[in-house]
Design a protein around this ligand. Structure first.
Ligand SMILES: Cc1cc2nc3c(=O)[nH]c(=O)nc-3n(C[C@H](O)[C@H](O)[C@H](O)COP(=O)(O)OP(=O)(O)OC[C@H]3O[C@@H](n4cnc5c(N)ncnc54)[C@H](O)[C@@H]3O)c2cc1C
Length: 425
């Protein structure tokens, strides 16, 4: 552990010991980079999976079906075994990239720690939007949580925050919260979804059916009542009727935002579509010595996806240390058009290479054609059927010869194939 006012140096400093950060660091060591430090503000490495006490994790990475904590432990063990130095209980509070070397200031329980690094990878993940940001009125009782907090109570602190909560949201993470509830003997009174369809795949909605949890679509929470604990909620149905439902907790799920405070305070360009740092196809942010990987780039992906992306970013950083990446000075921009919320990466430097795919998200449930325009001319089309939280991929190589900014959106003339809740309003 570091002494007060300690100063360390690193070839690469990775901020965040989740699947993305640990896989990037492990890859860097395997590629011969000598001094790789990973820091995390938590006392345990592994990121979000540490408190996802359910399977399936690790099929791609270890060829096994693991629970989240077992997967997190394996990621940490593999990183340490490869020679990565892990500093836990170490919160990065600032990144100064104004000088030749990057100076990172961390807070640890032993005092401040300064790390001077040649390259940084920001892999700080996502968080769910809390109640305050969702503008739900009413009392401020105990028992209103996000999934992350529920998992922390259930699997790390072994506490029972409620017995009969209402679950808000039908994203995959909402379904994982059903498993957490079942594991600790909690019986949700219902799941609600503001839209007319589930956010997760329809097939996945067999889970609440199996567990006997009713799902109400077109329903929003408008008020929370109770003191000191939650006693009831008011729900508004699609036809405007208001109903009071008795429960002892409210679990807000999904509605993810990148944990981008550090990137923002370091003055990196933030993409308004993702809320995370904007990158080029080699994961370089607007400061080319600072890279980013994992869910801080795109709310939200699975652990396996973040792990794989981290590995690739580790390779890019190793190439960059050898001077083998193309210059970041000249790039075209990729912008979301009609019906598209974001495109990652947001910039492409000439010459191709880098991440194999652009990642996009649609604003709503859509079925139509995705079109890329360069100087107003369609240069690529691909059929598309997707929902708001579903991954859409387009090959990066398809744009390697573009020499002007590109806009990617839905073809709004293609009205026959776009459903009634059109993204091209
Ligand atoms: C509540 C919740 C439940 C989820 N459930 C699942 C699931 O069941 N299955 C699944 O596949 N995916 C799930 N996900 C998606 C999850 O984000 C990914 O599985 C995966 O953890 C992303 O990896 P990551 O490395 O990008 O980020 P994370 O795993 O989030 O790791 C980021 C790390 O950065 C650290 N950090 C952040 N800021 C700082 C700082 N300033 N200084 C130091 N350390 C910092 C955090 O402590 C954290 O450990 C869930 C996400 C959430 C929010």
């Amino acid at each position: 552990m570091s002494a007060p006012f300690d100063v360390r140096s690193a070839d690469v400093l990775v901020v965040g010991a989740g699947p993305a950060g640990l896989s990037a660091a492990t890859r860097l060591r395997k590629l011969g980079v000598a001094n790789v430090i990973v820091v995390d503000r938590e006392q345990q490495g592994g990121g979000i999976p540490r408190h996802c006490g359910h399977p399936p994790f690790g099929m791609r990475e270890f060829g096994l079906v693991l629970t989240g904590p077992a997967y997190a432990r394996r990621l940490v063990d593999r990183a340490i075994h490869s020679g990565v130095e892990l500093q836990l209980g170490c919160s990065v509070i600032s990144i100064d990239h104004s000088a030749e070397e990057i100076i990172v200031t961390c807070a640890t329980h032993r005092g401040p720690l300064t790390i001077v690094a040649k390259r940084i990878i920001i892999a700080t993940g996502v968080r769910e939007r809390p109640r305050a940001a969702r503008l739900v009125s009413g009392d401020r009782p105990l028992g209103v949580l996000n999934t992350g907090a529920l998992q922390e109570y259930a699997y790390i602190q072994h506490l029972l925050p409620f017995r009969q909560p209402l679950i808000v949201g039908t994203e995959l993470v909402a379904l994982s919260s059903l498993l957490t509830c079942r594991n600790i003997g909690v019986k949700p009174v219902a799941m609600i979804e503001g839209r007319s369809r589930p956010t997760a795949w329809r097939g996945a909605m067999a889970l609440p059916r199996l567990l006997g949890v009713p799902v109400r679509y077109g329903t929003r929470i408008v008020d929370i009542k109770g003191r000191p604990r939650v006693e009831a909620v008011s729900l508004r149905a699609a036809d405007g009727t208001i109903e009071t439902v008795t429960c002892d907790g409210v679990l807000f799920t999904g509605s993810f935002k990148p944990e981008a405070a550090l990137a923002r305070s370091a003055g990196l360009e933030i993409d308004s579509g993702t809320g995370g740092p904007a990158i080029d196809q080699f994961a370089r942010t607007s400061e080319p010595r600072i890279f980013a990987a994992g869910n801080v780039l795109h709310p939200v992906e699975t652990a396996g996806w973040s792990w794989r992306e981290g590995r690739r970013v580790g390779e890019f950083v190793a190439q960059d240390l050898k001077g083998d990446l193309p210059s970041a000075d000249r790039a075209i921009h990729l912008r979301p058009g009609d019906g598209i919320r974001y495109v990652v990466p947001q910039r492409l430097v000439p010459g191709g290479g880098g991440l194999d795919h652009l990642q996009l998200r649609a604003v709503r449930e859509v079925s139509g054609t995705l079109v890329a325009y360069e100087r107003g001319k369609a240069i690529r089309k691909q059929p598309l059927t997707s929902g708001p939280e579903r991954r859409i991929l387009a090959p990066t190589a398809a744009f390697s010869t573009a020499d002007a900014d590109i806009t990617i959106g839905l073809d709004c003339q293609d009205t026959k194939t776009i459903r009634s809740d059109s993204a091209c309003a």
